[in-house]
Design a protein around this ligand. Structure first.
Ligand SMILES: [Zn+2]
Length: 123
């Protein structure tokens, strides 16, 4: 209305908060949080491990069912459903725990090299 940009008003400028892992500054980040690149890398690493853990948990559950479940069709169907359920629950649980508790990698090389490329690239 007055032709003022929101960013030009004092006190309303959004601050760029540094990432806790790679020091890349990003808008809308809370202090002590990871930037979008680091969060995505952590999610990919956690999903890779969680997929394997889910497969192992489902295999253990399937082995237990083969050993203990009587050969009744209804019970076999429920056993198969429980194997699938164990796979997805274990995968989801492990993924969330790893995203939360994976150790920080200080000085992420891929982000640093990307910043160096941006610094060398004159506009
Ligand atoms: Zn980061």
């Amino acid at each position: 209305m007055l032709g003022l940009k929101r960013a030009s008003l004092p006190g309303l400028e959004p601050t760029r908060v540094p990432c806790v892992q790679c020091d890349r500054r990003e808008y809308g980040l809370s202090w002590g949080d990871f930037c979008s690149i680091c969060r995505e890398e952590r999610r990919i690493r956690a999903d890779r491990v969680a997929k394997r853990v889910g497969i192992v948990a489902a295999a253990l559950m399937a082995a237990w069912h083969l050993w203990r479940t009587p050969p009744n069709l209804t019970q076999r169907v429920f056993a198969a459903a429980s194997v699938l359920l164990v796979y997805f629950v274990a995968r989801r649980l492990v993924s969330r725990l790893l995203i939360e508790y994976l150790p920080k990698e200080l000085r992420n090389r891929s982000v640093e090299s990307r910043q160096d490329q941006n610094a060398e690239d004159p506009k």
